[in-house]
Write a protein that binds this ligand. Structure first.
Ligand code: BES
Ligand code: MN
Ligand code: MN
Length: 460
């Protein structure tokens, strides 16, 4: 087996070139939600296929009904060690609002900051820089002898839209995609100095509701208050979703929600989460969710409901005395524990329908539904990965939860019978999904070194 030191030295020596490769990937506008960028998603997939092929992987781009998958296989030096599946996503969120970017989102550049150099560009942290940490580790193994174990890589282009094509793709390619353990690099560190293994992700239900009333927009003086206003109806529905204590009012919403075991609560307490600093970093001061809960609980172990967008009526400059005929809003529900995504979507729709006054109709679109995920807190592979991370960062990794969702990870267990390790090097201030997204060179460099150590540790 290639000596680990040689692999690490190779990663260090490759840094310049590695950055060039990441820049080329970030420059591809692989926004998955907008069909206008489907061609760019294809380009990103092809870029990664070629990249993996040059590293000795047998790599292919596989079409789906949506964006293509990239699948790659490489044999390891030893047959008696675990076969690993690495998962990441090459798609990115839309860069909007464009005017808030200091430099164009798809022209990555290096910026000097107090905490060191960083790369700025859409998707550089979520998830292109992160997935390239693994690819660069694989490159260094390749250039110094070979991978220590058999590796399969699965990169998708629809994570940011809820991975609609992936369940069927997993089902259709079960033997090819099954391994002993899945690795995911799409999560954060605990802080700049402390690496993390994420053991919990929240689930997600995305619903769009539209309320319609009159058969046309009306003059608000001629019809106001005589005609029902769907924006008022929608506003009342939204307001009614939470009570004064911040609890979600949907019937059955908390079914399957449990307090985390004392052992986990204890561990989280020991992390000494700085709530003031967390909110202060984004210009806020007071947790706004369920009364009596800490901000960390709100994000890691409690479900939530948010309105992500609202539309209706006149949105242009100036005023218009219009009584609109329709209003709509996009809702997201973050789920924990055993909450059932289908039941929650149904409960939401029932509530909206039951809240309608005469002459109003509601229609709904689902934009995806996935359950929460909780991985074991201890296992042989977790201990090995933990020691590997400690060797790189000099501190024991934190076992953390995450407020975000990665819809497919639950399926690795339910459909492919694999456990997953989620290790990532993003920082909470990376501005993922926001303007001026960045990934620090330290994350990129030490991330690759961390994967080299983890692969080595899992192959002993
Ligand atoms: N990488 C994120 C999820 C994440 C964020 C994990 C922060 C850990 C820390 C992922 O790409 C993401 O944004 N997921 C979406 C899913 C959705 C668009 C279907 C999310 O959580 O909103
Ligand atoms: Mn991601
Ligand atoms: Mn994302």
């Amino acid at each position: 087996m290639a000596a680990l030191d040689a692999v690490l030295a190779r990663i260090d020596a490759n840094q310049e070139a590695a950055l060039g490769r990441l820049f080329r990937l970030v420059a591809i506008e692989s926004v998955s939600t907008d069909p206008a960028f489907a061609g760019e998603c294809g380009k990103a997939a092809e870029f990664l296929r070629a990249e993996l092929e040059s590293l000795g992987f047998e790599a292919s781009v596989r079409p789906t009904e949506g964006r293509p998958m990239v699948v790659a296989h490489a044999a390891g030096e030893r047959p008696d060690v675990p076969h690993l599946l690495f998962y990441g996503h090459y798609d990115v969120q839309p860069p909007d609002p464009l005017e808030l970017w200091e430099t164009p989102p798809f022209e990555p550049r290096i910026v000097e900051a107090e905490t060191g150099k960083r790369i700025v560009g859409r998707g550089v942290s979520d998830d292109k820089g992160q997935l390239m940490t693994f690819v660069e580790a694989a490159r260094a193994f390749r250039e110094t002898g070979g991978l220590p174990c058999r590796v399969t890589i699965l990169l998708e282009g629809e994570e940011e839209t809820g991975s609609p094509s992936l369940p069927a793709f997993l089902a259709a390619n079960k033997p090819e995609l099954s391994a002993d353990l899945a690795l995911v690099c799409d999560t954060s560190m605990w802080d700049r100095k402390t690496p993390a293994i994420t053991t919990m992700l929240r689930g997600l239900v995305l619903e769009e509701a539209t309320i319609e009333s009159a058969d046309r927009d009306l003059h608000s003086g001629m019809f106001g208050s005589a005609a029902v206003n769907p924006i008022h109806v929608l506003a009342k529905i939204i307001a009614g979703l939470r009570d004064d204590a911040g609890r979600i009012t949907l019937p059955g919403f908390y079914d399957g929600v449990a307090e985390p075991p004392e052992e986990i609560v204890e561990r989280w307490r020991a992390l000494n989460f700085d709530e003031k600093a967390f909110l202060g970093a984004v210009g806020l001061s007071t947790p706004a969710g369920e009364r009596g809960r800490s901000a960390l609980e709100m994000i890691w172990s409690r479900p939530a409901c948010d309105v992500n967008g609202i539309a209706g009526g006149y949105q242009g400059e100036g005023s218009k005395t219009v009584l609109p005929a329709r209003a709509s809003a996009k809702f997201s529900f973050r789920l924990v524990g055993g909450q059932d995504p289908q039941k929650i979507a149904a409960s939401f729709r029932d509530y909206v329908r039951a809240s309608l006054p005469p002459d109003c109709r509601a229609s709904f679109v689902s934009h995806g539904a996935s359950p929460a995920l909780a991985l074991p807190f201890s296992s042989e592979s977790l201990s090995r990965a933990g020691r590997a991370l400690q060797a790189e960062w000099g501190v024991e990794p934190a076992l953390i939860g995450s407020g975000g969702s990665i819809p497919i990870v639950g399926r690795f267990k339910s459909d492919l019978r694999m456990d997953t390790l989620m290790i990532g090097f993003a920082l909470d201030d990376d501005r993922i999904h926001s303007p001026n997204e960045k990934y620090e060179l330290n994350s990129f460099h030490k991330g690759a070194r961390s994967w080299a150590r983890v692969l080595h540790a899992l192959s002993l």
